[in-house]
Design a protein around this ligand. Structure first.
Ligand code: ADE
Length: 315
């Protein structure tokens, strides 16, 4: 059942034509309040289009999901997870905002914040790789956003460059929470261990999946830190650390933590990556330890300045 909590409600004062008496009328935003434009992205069971509010001219990204397809493919659960997660992460720095949701006969609509500068994958592809200063700039925001997210009891579980969008100011916005895990509380115990059941099968993308998921079939918040390590490597090297011709071979490499630094890979980033891409999640650096690493020595986390700085020149 698609519960429509959190939908856009606009309350208007409407004067009665004869008496002039003011009554409150609730108007729900709907598909007719937006003009749809170009395609921004295509997912496995959704399409994202640019949408412009007719009333305000404000731009949004609308994620459209076909109901019949969702039901047939048994994906309804994931859509609800995405909506609930985005509602829990409302007003969280570094996370895409969900403004309205609505539906018609055929589809569900998520009106999301529009991030006009594309995603981190496109940025890396355009430049081949990202210089050290830029890597620090984006990595600092990604790790800060992961911290906020984990503090609110959300594990992303499919963090990858395609899911890291860039807003108008080139600030990071994490998106695509359809495979997230929402923890009931944010207590240490809950964050610690999440054994996968049969119904809770593999999630993620081969190149960024953590060895504990492949070996022991469990994940916790540290799978996002593993993915962060892979992305950090990729920004500098121009390719993810575990890459092979097929998923099976990629998994083999992940399980063996078999990767090699490219020539000229800076020493401080090397050290950080080495301490994140550790098979045993107990020995992997935690978010606060990553923030305290030498690579971020001149980055001031804590006072929000990570989110105020202009992006460095890409090279
Ligand atoms: N592609 C997918 N989601 C998007 C968003 N929110 N903004 C821009 N492009 C996107």
């Amino acid at each position: 059942e698609w519960a429509d909590r959190g939908a856009a409600m606009i309350v208007k004062d409407v004067p009665d034509k004869q008496t002039g008496k003011i009554t409150k009328q609730v108007i729900k935003k709907g598909i007719n309040d937006f003009k749809f434009g170009e395609t921004l992205g295509d997912g496995s069971y959704s399409t994202v289009l640019l949408a412009t509010s007719i009333e305000s001219n404000k731009k949004y990204a609308v994620k459209i999901l076909n109901k019949e397809y969702l039901i047939k493919q048994k994906k309804v659960k994931y859509v609800n997870i995405e909506k609930n997660t985005l509602q829990r992460l409302k007003n969280t720095k570094g996370i895409i905002s969900l403004y309205f949701t609505f539906q018609d006969e055929s589809s569900l609509y998520f009106l999301l914040e529009y991030a006009p500068n594309g995603d981190l994958l496109s940025l890396m592809r355009k430049h081949g790789s990202v210089n050290e200063k830029c890597t620090q700039y984006y990595a600092a925001q990604i790790i800060d956003a992961l911290g906020f997210m984990h503090d609110k009891g959300v594990i992303h579980r499919d963090l990858k460059p395609e899911n890291i969008l860039l807003d108008v100011d080139m600030k990071v916005k994490l998106t695509d929470f359809g495979t997230a895990r929402l923890l009931d509380s944010t207590s240490e115990d809950d964050l610690k261990y999440d054994l996968l059941t049969r119904s809770n099968s593999f999630v993620g993308t081969a190149e960024y999946v953590s060895p504990e998921l492949l070996n022991d079939n469990y994940v916790d918040f540290r799978c996002d830190i593993w993915a962060f390590g892979c992305i950090l490597f990729q920004m500098i090297a121009g390719k993810p650390p575990f890459k092979a011709n097929n998923e099976y071979l990629t998994f083999q490499k992940v399980m063996k933590v078999q990767f090699a630094f490219t020539a000229g890979f800076p020493m401080t980033v090397r050290d950080l990556v080495k301490n994140i891409l550790i098979k045993n999640p107990e020995r992997r650096l935690l978010i606060n330890q990553i923030k305290a690493h030498q690579f971020f020595a001149d980055v001031n986390f804590g006072n929000g300045s990570v989110w105020d700085k202009d992006p460095p020149e890409l090279g």
